[in-house]
Design a protein around this ligand. Structure first.
Ligand code: GDP
Length: 285
């Protein structure tokens, strides 16, 4: 019965290791590099040898250990008596993180390019398991910064939507869901918008972008009638105002906005500052 099933599951996952790669995206100055370094440093303190590969100037890749107290989706179902769990501090769950610093105006294009290649990686190990989109919660009260962040996020989500909608059409097993964490960073600053406002502002700005684009598409396809549904985020405008909830309902794409801080006063705060993001990662694994 159960032991055989468990053995089968373990064996099967050993035969085809699922991806544990996460991609860091977001506007410049949001804290991606700081987050990357923090997690890398935390892994070193956990006694984990960190393998950091600087493959090119535009992408850095590191293996990070998840703190043993952070639950994962796969061990949630395991018995507390499972001996492999007591082993977990010596052999923690690990994941890979890829940072995409980029340069100047190319940053956004490079980020999307990285996402496309990671989403479609032939090697299941390097395929994207999730996207961490970092925003500066204090900067979003500035319209221009909000516009930049929302445009970038819109493009990320539009790509993931196309990918999700294509899944039905192609028989390819490549297309597993890629959830998005919007990491509302810099919550330590008193000028930071709370995560709920970060979500509302991004949703409202994405709604503007979506309206503009769908109008553009309608104008362009007025005589050729080649307008495609999947060109508009969250389906066509008939669906009402854009929300991340709508995106999940219409397309099955999960977006969560969670507050945190890479930098804060004390070490203890720093530990808790990224904890909820690590829990999000854990729930993907
Ligand atoms: P990147 O361009 O996204 O890689 O952003 P960086 O990691 O270089 O961070 C941009 C700036 O924001 C740096 O000066 C960081 O020290 C600062 N920063 C990053 N995270 C936080 C945070 O949680 N709180 C505060 N106050 N500053 C932060």
């Amino acid at each position: 019965g159960f032991p055989i099933l468990l053995h089968y599951l373990l064996y099967r996952s050993a035969a085809s290791p699922p991806s544990t790669s996460f991609l860091l995206l977001g506007p410049s100055g949001s804290g991606k590099t700081a987050l990357f370094s923090l997690l890398e440093g935390k892994s070193q303190r956990l006694g984990q040898p960190v393998r950091s590969t600087h493959t090119s100037q535009t992408s850095t890749f590191t293996t990070v250990a998840l703190p043993p107290t952070v639950p994962t989706a796969s061990n949630r179902y395991r018995s507390i008596n499972d001996p492999s769990l007591s082993d977990i501090s010596r052999n923690p769950i690990k994941y890979q993180l890829r940072d995409t610093p980029g340069h100047g105006k190319l940053r956004q294009t490079e980020g999307i390019g990285r996402l496309v290649s990671m989403a479609n990686a032939k090697n299941p190990k390097s395929r994207a398991r999730g996207v961490i989109f970092v925003v500066d919660s204090a900067a979003l009260s500035d319209n221009e910064a909000l516009r930049e962040a929302a445009t970038y996020l819109h493009d990320v989500l539009l790509y993931l939507q196309k990918r999700a909608l294509n899944k039905g059409k192609s028989s390819s097993k490549l297309a597993t869901e890629i959830p998005v964490l919007v990491a509302a960073n810099k919550q330590d600053l008193f000028t930071a918008l709370p995560p709920s406002s970060v979500r509302n502002k991004l949703e409202a700005e994405i709604e503007n972008i979506r309206k503009t684009r769908s109008k553009g598409l309608m104008d362009a396809s007025a005589d050729s009638s080649t307008g495609e549904d999947d060109e508009v985020l969250g389906g066509d405008e008939g669906q009402g105002v854009f929300t991340f909830q709508l995106l999940q309902e219409e397309v099955g794409l999960k977006v969560e906005v969670i507050g945190g801080a890479v930098q804060s006063g004390s070490e203890a705060d720093t530990e808790s500052g990224v904890r909820k993001w690590e829990e999000w990662v854990g729930m993907c694994l």
